[in-house]
Design a protein around this ligand. Structure first.
Ligand code: PLP
Length: 331
């Protein structure tokens, strides 16, 4: 916490979560894979409305919105956006008006997808939800809403990524603590708008941890995701005022499948494996595909049995309820 206070203290922050999130050893999962020592960083347990990785970003984004005197927040996402749900909860807690512009980025428009899971919670949390398709509808909605603090999709700009710079420093403290793993060779995380991975890359380098970030693509292919990540690493390092890390990180899309929000067999298997060995709930869109990546890398021998790996659980479990066909089939 000391290092975090020094490095990030000058940025306004609205405390929204329960920190630190637990770092837990997953012995039964490790045994099932016959593989590395796996630890789970429980950012599904951030404490804000079912949790997830957007809570850390929103502490800095909304800290800034409040410091700048905004009363209204606008953000964007897919219909089943976890980011939109956490923004709605954070705004409720801080007394801000929340406007969500959601788009149909997944080829689905069935009633379950458009009324349950995260979007149900958006309404419950008091957000104004608009489904917008295309740039014209988005521009029109923004005009109707008027002056607002605008948060980019996924909360991914330099300010949002500060949350994951802090998360990396938090992990560094947990590694060294009594009962902690002591070391980590890899950090595996689902990656879409890349603020999570960018913040981790900058923060791990600053903490002097030689861990490689394995950024598993769930939203766009590796070339696009990689360009997004590199730009955000640079923006975040500049904002924090640290050297741009040479960075041992990789962007992989081997577990992406046919597209964003489209289930894969490897995802389904990984979600079941985590549930049945550790009682952990992943999600079909993000953490499930990242878990498929972890399982795939262990089975391919890319991650050695002697390594220590942190799987970053970024949350998303409300998404399980809008993919019933995937998880109710017998296996
Ligand atoms: C948004 C999200 C991610 C991806 O985080 P980015 O910072 O956008 O790359 C991963 N997992 C879950 C559950 C998410 O909601």
């Amino acid at each position: 916490m000391g290092a975090m206070t020094d490095l990030l203290a000058r940025f306004p922050r609205a405390v929204l979560g329960h920190w630190p999130t637990p770092l837990e050893r997953a012995e039964r999962l490790s045994a099932a894979l016959g593989g590395p020592e796996i630890w789970i960083k429980r950012d599904d347990c951030t404490g804000l409305a079912i949790g997830g990785n957007k809570t850390r970003k929103l502490e800095f984004l909304l800290g800034r919105a409040l410091a700048e005197g905004h009363g209204t927040v606008v953000t964007f996402g897919a219909v089943q956006s976890n980011h939109a749900r956490q923004t709605a909860a954070a705004c409720a807690r801080l007394g801000l008006r929340c406007e969500l512009l959601l788009s149909r980025s997944v080829p689905r428009d069935d009633a379950l997808y458009e009324t349950s899971g995260n979007v149900l919670l958006d309404h419950l949390l008091g957000a104004n939800v608009r489904i917008v398709d295309g740039i014209d509808e988005t521009v029109k909605a923004l005009e109707e809403i008027g002056p607002a603090y605008v948060i980019p999709p996924g909360g991914s700009n330099g300010t949002g990524a500060l949350g994951y710079v802090g998360a990396a420093l938090e992990l560094a403290g947990q590694l060294a603590a009594p009962g902690g793993p002591g070391r980590v060779e890899r950090v595996v995380a689902a990656t879409s708008t890349a603020g999570t991975s960018a913040g981790l890359v900058v923060g791990l380098a600053h903490a002097g941890l030689p861990a490689r970030v394995e950024a598993i693509c769930v939203y766009e292919p590796a070339d696009v995701t990689s360009a997004t990540l590199e730009a955000l690493v640079e923006e975040t390092a500049d904002l924090v005022g640290v050297a741009r890390p040479a960075g041992d990180h990789r962007v992989r899309d081997d577990w992406f499948g046919a597209g964003y929000g489209l289930p894969t067999a490897a995802m389904t298997e990984a979600v079941r494996l985590f549930a049945r060995t550790e009682g952990l709930l992943l999600d079909p869109v993000y953490s499930g595909k990242a878990a498929a990546g972890l399982v795939g890398m262990v089975r391919a021998g890319e991650i050695g049995a002697d390594e220590t790996v942190v799987f970053w659980h970024t949350g998303g479990s409300p998404g399980l309820f809008v993919y019933p066909e995937v998880f109710t089939e017998p296996s």
